[in-house]
Design a protein around this ligand. Sequence first.
Ligand SMILES: C[S@@+](CC[C@H](N)C(=O)[O-])C[C@H]1O[C@@H](n2cnc3c(N)ncnc32)[C@H](O)[C@@H]1O
Length: 489
Amino acid sequence: MNVTDIDFLRRRVDEDDALRSAPELREALDSGAPGVGPWLEAFGGRTERNLVLFPLRGAGSDIVLATLLAGGTVVLGDPDAHPARTLALLERSGATAVTLPSKLVERLNSEPSAPMTDLSELNRIYYVGEPARFDLPGPALSRVDTLTLDHVEQFVARFRDAVLASMLLTLQANGVLRDAAVSHSAEEILNAARVAERHHGVVQRWLVALTEHGVLARQGDRFLGTEPISRDAVEKAWDASEKLWTGHLGAAEVAAYFRHNAERLPQLMTGEEQATLLLFPEGRTDIADALYRDTAVARHLNARVSEYVQRLGAKRILEVGAGTGATSEVVIRDLAGQATDYLFTDLSAFFLTTAKERFAEHPWVRYGIYDIDTENPEGLGTFDAVIAAGVLNNARDADATLKRLKDLLVPGGSLLIIEPTREYYEILISQAFMMTAAEDARLRSGTTFLSRQQWVEAIDRAGLSLVDVTPDDAHPLSPMSQYLFVARH
Ligand SMILES: C[S@@+](CC[C@H](N)C(=O)[O-])C[C@H]1O[C@@H](n2cnc3c(N)ncnc32)[C@H](O)[C@@H]1O
């Protein structure tokens, strides 16, 4: 896209009655519409009458603009409408194309009125997400990969800004850090904000983050304040990051979860509110599911783990810290029909109960408690593959845990590790309030996660050989800095 394209799009939006008043389109144009490219590529020069079933705040704006740029026209649909209404709108609007998330494709399939709907005008279904099929004859189905490296880099920067803004707002609300001429010690700040002792480490890391990003300045071991940030500025920062996230990198629930944590920081800090209850409200796992299962990065990495398990021909598999079963679900589904033994373990019995229901149709899945911080139980046996997805950062001592997991592998067996590898400021306002204090290199560096390089070195120290680290630096998801490490015994 170039400037002329943007001017052309502004004119097209102004000409269209339905689109003229959409502030989301203006915002997308003002930010240079970075997400338009993949859609334009997907349309491949085809001029469509396009029914857009994505919220404008999210992928919808990109699709609208790409449709206009390709010379087409837009019909806006309600993504939350009942599938019967969506089918009726498809018929009535004479849309030649529809753009929607893959979940909606599945819902249209199972809508009883589908076979009675006249979809003769519809040539193509463009969808985002899991591979989908459409049961009715006619339209071609195209999966659109909407992510670009540039888009993900922008998201990472905007999300970080929003989180830092919320940290600052929360601290300033306690009367500290509101003046560039006044300095405070960390202790004064923690006291003013009534931070519970067990959370001192987390809030001290906020101060480091705010200083590193130039929000606060440091004078020796004291912190200088800055102009008070307004709630409005904080809200705007969250809006900008949500727009880049939703429909591209994950579900709206995930963005809402972090924003909700940001709003509850005063209570989380003082210990009046528990971070666990924000992640699992009333014991529900839908937010954790969206976080661990339905993000672009989780889908990518879980699919890679399953590919490895298949490629290795692993028959005896142990998963540790299996939790909500986001990784297990993909691996177990792909293993169905092959005689295997899958031992699903976690520290918490809570997850085992849910998993037993979820995987009830696979009698070869067994369940047990396994703690990555203690010696291996007698008689546990050995495995062709051990999977540890998002759990090793809970280990008190990553080196000791890696050695124990290695002992559970047969010679030639593989350890598949998924780990975040940088400081995620969003974790510092949410799950850091419920994590175990580390006793390894993270204690010395004051970080939550080991870096990619630290994992590579730890794998080597454990006597394992590193086979692969994915995604590579050119992949659109690389700015998320979450990796799959594959190591062989
Ligand atoms: C971030 S979640 C893991 C995500 C998981 N793969 C999923 O799909 O839900 C971390 C998991 O590690 C488990 N965990 C925490 N400390 C542990 C320990 N010491 N030993 C084993 N599991 C642990 C937690 O109960 C939780 O289920």
